[in-house]
Design a protein around this ligand. Structure first.
Ligand code: ADP
Ligand code: MG
Length: 339
């Protein structure tokens, strides 16, 4: 009998991987914005049309790419961010898997323009379904601009699964918030269909939160600060009287990365015990810093689920720190007059 196993061609492998990395326009936004941050950008522009279904463009003023790097950036497992398995335990960048651009280019029409500061001209590469369709020399500002059109053009099932412009815009806005909240020192602009939704100047965490969620937010925030051997915690919780019946603003960041953690959420909620009704959700913006070797962010391609080495200790520290902050700021129980 003849052998039947074949290695898949790259463009097929890329398309399969893309299914994991790119669920919807918001996933593209996240990956492109993270790349801009890793490139050291000080200003990032996000431009979308029709909830990202017609256009997603991210423009940065970061380090840009050489011609060779620009071509290579679309290859799978091509990354400038790690070189060995050892580096996985000491990550200081958002990206490291080297598969975002390859995945996006496999399932969309991508137009990249990039220039390094010390090059006189830049390069423009157009790539569609993993195939480079043109490459030109261009005059372009320092940094990188990547625009993504016709997302899922070759995966009709995914394309049809996309929700209304409004819903996709909401997902994109969520990703935008998550990134902007970690990087108050970066200026962000966000346009949808030509109108500016956010214009966030460089500032500090507290003001960035207020710029995003409204100035009223500033008076609601109680600072949280703690430093132990295991973790450094900073950020804010919202005063108990502003707890909501539905999920509102709940943000955990670990080493500058937005993460989802039902377990740590529980720790914060537990700190509010007696101050809010059990069915209410407290708001929080909590930034955790742990030793990069004690956190595994490689368990899923989108990296929002992470694994901490010592979750139980983290839980205990978080709960007591938040409790302490609430006590220090004389936050009175509101259960009696809240109906
Ligand atoms: P990863 O971020 O995991 O390395 P990506 O596929 O997102 O993988 O990007 C591949 C490579 O392309 C990056 O490692 C980086 O060298 C380069 N790159 C991507 N986006 C940018 C950008 N906006 N500015 C400069 N370099 C970039
Ligand atoms: Mg990346």
């Amino acid at each position: 009998m003849a052998d039947i196993i074949k290695l898949l061609p790259d463009h097929v492998a890329n398309q399969i991987a893309a299914g994991e990395v790119v669920q919807r326009p918001a996933s593209v936004v996240k990956e492109l914005m993270e790349n801009a941050i890793d490139a050291g950008a000080s200003t990032i522009k996000l431009i979308i049309k029709d909830g990202g279904k017609t256009l997603i463009q991210v423009v940065d003023d970061g380090m840009g790419m050489s011609e060779t790097d620009a071509r290579l950036s679309f290859e799978r497992h091509a990354t400038s961010k790690i070189t060995s398995a050892q580096d996985l335990f000491n990550l200081h960048t958002k990206g490291f898997r080297g598969e975002a651009l390859a995945s996006i280019a496999a399932i969309a029409h991508v137009d990249m323009q990039t220039r390094k500061e010390d090059s006189e001209v830049g390069v423009q590469i157009k790539i569609e379904g993993s195939k480079i369709v043109s490459q030109d020399v261009v005059v372009t500002p320092k940094g990188t601009s990547i625009s993504v059109k016709n997302l899922f053009f070759n995966i009709p099932a995914r394309r049809n699964f996309l929700k209304s412009h409004q819903v996709e815009l909401r997902h994109i806005t969520d990703e935008f918030h998550r990134v902007a909240l970690v990087h108050p020192n970066i200026e962000f602009h966000f346009y949808n269909n030509g109108s500016e939704l956010f214009n966030l100047p460089k500032t500090r965490h507290r003001q960035r939160i207020a710029h995003i969620f409204g100035n009223r937010m500033e008076d609601r925030l109680v600072p949280v600060n703690e430093e132990t051997e295991v973790v450094k915690i900073s950020g804010f919780v919202c005063k108990p009287e502003f707890a909501k019946k539905s999920r509102g603003e709940q943000f955990f960041f670990a080493n500058d990365r937005f993460i989802k953690s039902p377990y740590l959420h529980h720790a914060v909620t537990a700190a509010f015990e007696g101050l809010i009704k059990p069915e209410m959700y407290p708001g929080y913006f909590l930034y955790l810093e742990v030793d990069p070797s004690s956190i595994d962010i490689n368990i899923h391609p989108t990296k929002t689920e992470v694994k901490f080495d010592d979750e139980n200790t983290l839980y205990a520290i978080l709960r007591s720190t938040v409790k302490h902050s609430l006590g220090q700021f004389n936050v009175a129980p509101v259960l009696d007059f809240e109906h």
